[in-house]
Write a protein that binds this ligand. Structure first.
Ligand SMILES: NC(=O)c1ccc[n+]([C@@H]2O[C@H](COP(=O)([O-])OP(=O)(O)OC[C@H]3O[C@@H](n4cnc5c(N)ncnc54)[C@H](O)[C@@H]3O)[C@@H](O)[C@H]2O)c1
Length: 323
């Protein structure tokens, strides 16, 4: 049976998922919704008999869909999820879940009431290098972690506005926070310091911090610091270093270096993590077996709350305990 998929939001990351879906057998994308109609139309032209919409409800009433991709900016969440959940349709939603704490909690409640399959776009979990790191971590005891997202500013207009993206730590560095949680466990306390140094003078309308450092305590006793900047003209490193009693693990996108007393071993991902993520979601839609999905809404909300707590701490100047 061919699965019918719909998209809400048809920008940059949607294109990525669409390329992957075009390579998966017995999957068609038949409905595209975007508040910019021409974008939805452009996406629809790539698929046989696909239709475009500017209203989520109209799309969902018009077509019987097996699964939905929600690929909208952080500030735009809410209506899309509620409409999809109301109709009992499983969905994959891109990170971050929102810019605040409350909305995802309300959405999660509704997901649980309907017992819906969900997937969240924390694609670092699907990298071969992450899977290898997880295997190595089983035989070691970690003490601390240092994480980084040292880059430039993405130029989509919503990104530079705090009320649009939630800022770099919520929007981008959430990947590294999620990787930390995936490999090392839950975070119980957060203390953050942010600064605005350059980008608000360079790019009109910018009000997000362009440097930040977040110190965390983990449930297992580990400590971690994750830093980010978006003021660089050229990206530096993005990743996570884990310091354990067996040595050091350096994780970068799709690449892992294991440094031990006598040896250095390197692992490179052979597969495309986004594709693996899409395969896992499609498998779940087809079979009802969600075990290949490595991040669902209930888990992703914990990562999201760490990043929101970081924003709160940066504002108050005080540590924030996670509930
Ligand atoms: N997992 C990843 O690696 C990854 C990579 C890039 C982006 N993302 C995430 O994906 C999300 C979207 O990012 P993007 O780069 O595609 O942004 P984008 O600006 O390129 O595209 C977003 C699209 O959503 C549309 N839109 C906005 N509000 C809408 C609404 N209420 N209903 C329907 N459409 C709406 C916009 O018109 C636009 O076409 C962001 O949350 C971002 O963090 C994730």
């Amino acid at each position: 049976m061919t699965l019918k998929i719909g998209f809400i939001g048809t920008g940059g990351i949607a294109k990525n998922h669409l390329t992957n879906l075009s390579k998966i057998e017995n999957v068609t994308v038949s409905a595209f919704c975007d508040i910019q109609l021409e974008r939805a139309e452009q996406a629809a032209r790539q698929w046989l008999d696909a239709k475009s919409y500017t209203s989520v409800s109209q799309m969902l009433d018009d077509q019987k869909l097996d699964g939905i991709y929600i690929c909208i900016p952080p500030m735009a969440h809410g209506e899309a999820e509620y409409s999809v959940i109301e109709r009992g349709i499983p969905f994959l939603v891109e990170k971050p879940l929102a810019i605040d704490r409350e909305l995802p909690r309300q959405i999660l409640q509704q997901i649980q009431d309907k017992n819906l399959i969900t997937s969240v776009g924390f694609h670092w979990r699907y990298m071969d290098s992450t899977q290898k790191a997880q295997e190595l971590m089983k035989n070691s005891k970690a003490g601390m972690a240092l994480g980084y997202w040292m880059g430039g500013m993405p130029m989509v207009p919503w990104w530079r506005v705090q009320n649009g993206s939630g800022g770099q730590f919520v929007e981008q560095t959430t990947h590294i926070t999620d990787l930390l949680r995936y490999l090392c466990g839950d975070v119980v306390e957060v203390y953050a310091a942010y600064g605005q140094r350059v980008m608000h003078e360079k790019v009109e309308g910018t009000d997000v911090a362009d440097v930040g450092t977040v110190t965390m305590k983990l449930e297992n006793g580990m400590v971690a610091t994750v830093s980010n900047t978006c003021l660089l003209p050229v990206g530096h490193h993005v990743g996570l270093d884990l310091y354990t009693d067996q040595g050091t693990l350096e994780i970068r996108g799709g690449y892992l270096k294991e440094i031990k007393r006598q040896s250095v071993t390197e692992y490179k991902s052979a597969t495309n993590a986004y594709h693996t993520e899409d395969l896992a979601f499609i498998h779940a839609l087809r079979t009802g077996d969600a075990s290949k999905i490595l991040s669902n809404y209930a888990d992703a909300i914990k990562t999201h709350e760490v990043t929101v707590a970081a924003n709160e701490s940066a504002l108050s100047g005080k540590p924030v305990r996670l509930e």
